[in-house]
Ligand binder design. Sequence first.
Ligand SMILES: CC(C)(COP(=O)(O)OP(=O)(O)OC[C@H]1O[C@@H](n2cnc3c(N)ncnc32)[C@H](O)[C@@H]1OP(=O)(O)O)[C@@H](O)C(=O)NCCC(=O)NCCS
Length: 235
Amino acid sequence: MTQLFFSEYEASPDDDQVPPRPLAIAGAGGLGREVALLISQINAAGTRWDVRGFYDDRAPAVPTVGGLPYLGTLADLNAVSTPLAVAVAVGSSASRAAVVGRLTSPHLSFPTLVHPAVTLSPEQRVTLGEGCLIQRGCILTCDITLGRFVLLNLGCTLGHDSVLDDFCSLMPHANVGGGAHLATGVYLGTNATVIHQVTVAAGTTVGAGAVVVRDLPAHCTAVGVPARLIKNYEL
Ligand SMILES: CC(C)(COP(=O)(O)OP(=O)(O)OC[C@H]1O[C@@H](n2cnc3c(N)ncnc32)[C@H](O)[C@@H]1OP(=O)(O)O)[C@@H](O)C(=O)NCCC(=O)NCCS
């Protein structure tokens, strides 16, 4: 896993002499518009991204999305001939992994984008992989590891020593306790909680409002308090 230490995640220039760096958003849905808002909030705090517009295989009904142009399909994005940063704004863990798998052009890069009010100081010892998106109101404490393309939607909390592997997706106000481990592609619905020291195996979905108090197997859906399996795709 390629990871950036917390102090290196800010890949964009913040020097007034350096031109804003071009960036496109892959995913023209609601999350895409929220990510555009995140980037405008990052820009307002001093970092400068030049958001060019949206790419999505599904063309929107209107030519602009949240005031920004629709620029084409993922194949068009993969065919760009100059350097372009990309924010992959796809909420489903599996779909986001599939999109990233298609974006193979060496011109594309995937900065980690963190809301400016989210604290990531050296004494927190947080490591972040490329392409993570961390929205307003998230609180990360210390000694936390996020893999590549992890999505933390609004107001999520991550406790000490938690580990979120690649492509995990946390919806608004999801909470992960100390020492918990979310394996690759885990999805936590809004207001879901995984308590301390619990492991959720790869590809499992936790429903909105659930509380996970024991380890969950891979590729399942669990709901409720305490969370119980309702679907197991490996059976
Ligand atoms: C858990 C979830 C993924 C299940 O979706 P699904 O696989 O399509 O399952 P279904 O809708 O067929 O529901 C199956 C059963 O689980 C129940 N159920 C679904 N979600 C539930 C939840 N969050 N809590 C408790 N029960 C739930 C349904 O009522 C249904 O029960 P029934 O069989 O007795 O009628 C989905 O309901 C969910 O919670 N997604 C999270 C959405 C979210 O947070 N989005 C954030 C966007 S910002």
